[in-house]
Ligand binder design. Sequence first.
Ligand SMILES: Nc1ncnc2c1ncn2[C@@H]1O[C@H](COP(=O)(O)OP(=O)(O)OP(=O)(O)O)[C@@H](O)[C@H]1O
Length: 189
Amino acid sequence: MGSSPKAVLILSGKRKCGKDYISDLLLSRLGADRCSILRLSGPLKKQYAQEHGLDFERLLDASDYKEKYRADMIRWGEEKRNKDAGFFCRLATRGEGSEREVWIISDARRVSDIDYFKTNYSKETVTLRVQADMKVRENRGFVFTPGVDDAESECGLDQGVDWDFVVTNNGDQQQLEADLTALLDRVQL
Ligand SMILES: Nc1ncnc2c1ncn2[C@@H]1O[C@H](COP(=O)(O)OP(=O)(O)OP(=O)(O)O)[C@@H](O)[C@H]1O
């Protein structure tokens, strides 16, 4: 698998801002026959499980099993990325769903993720930052967790990226729909 997409939509934003929610809206507008949501975090766990002889399914759920390996998995991921910044982006875009013509990357976390797509798919890439107020995020279940919410993986894109679109997702559905229409108008299909 793995192909030449016509558009790559990259989403980023703080926890519980609505990245998955908006990815699903975009997917239903574009149609699942030609669009897929690709997650960069999936291949990391899969590859880690493969290389360490672990149970991939158990690494995905919120179990003690996952907690046991979390720190080592983060360390291992950093090591891979330091050697090859595009390692996980490449895995994600060669797996299931990569044959479709629009990719929604729903969990960009680092400048190196954005750089990878801008370098390899410069014409196709459109970046989207999702914003929501802290109160709204808290109502959606966000609780600040030290070691997670102040780590690079959650803060790496807070500054320094020139986003193509910034969408506010505080619950105004009409505004959100209008913003997504503007985004999709920009996508050349
Ligand atoms: N505009 C919206 N209207 C109604 N519900 C929403 C909206 N945006 C997000 N939600 C809901 O808020 C919750 C959190 O949203 P979502 O999972 O998309 O956030 P996220 O940014 O992907 O979070 P995480 O970073 O933790 O994966 C979900 O239950 C989602 O359905």
